[in-house]
Design a protein around this ligand. Structure first.
Ligand code: DQA
Length: 144
């Protein structure tokens, strides 16, 4: 199974961005753990990070025919990007939304996800484990 991973804006700052919320691991470290986990599941990955809404939509479009599933942490776009929501819906990619932090227990604006309705599942609040669970969910889709 081919899984497309997209990290949204500011996730390139992991490691120095609010470690009390996002942990101390860098994005490179997170990606290497994600890759190890995916290898254990027999999945192939393409992993990207983008700080722009259009950049994320272009990545989705360019990789949609390769990918069997999408794991996306839309970061702040989670809360207001109807454009990313529409792209996921239009491309008909089975998508899973992930967050390192527990967005339901933070500022009120983070409690809304406009992306969730176009995703098969949402994993949040468990740091890197949120991504691992999303990969496992994708792998389980293949078996159905
Ligand atoms: C985040 C949560 C978002 O609210 C925030 O804007 C992020 C990261 C998370 O992984 O916890 O950038 O998506």
């Amino acid at each position: 199974m081919n899984i497309l991973i997209i990290h949204g804006p500011n996730l390139h700052l992991l490691g120095r961005r609010k470690p009390e919320i996002y942990g101390t691991a860098t994005l490179a470290r997170l990606n290497s753990e994600i890759k190890k986990h995916a290898a254990g599941l027999g999945a192939k990955l393409r992993v990207f990070q983008s700080n722009s809404e259009g950049g994320i939509i272009d990545l989705l479009t360019a990789n949609a025919s390769w990918a069997d599933a999408l794991v996306i942490n839309p970061a702040a776009y989670t809360h207001y990007s109807y454009a990313i929501r529409d792209a996921i819906e239009a491309l008909e990619l089975p998508a899973v939304e992930v967050h390192l932090s527990e967005i339901a227990k933070r500022e009120p604006f983070r409690r809304i996800s406009v992306i969730k309705p176009v995703c098969r599942a949402q994993f949040k609040g468990e740091g890197p484990l949120s991504y691992f669970k999303a990969l496992e969910f994708c792998a389980s889709l293949e078996k159905k």
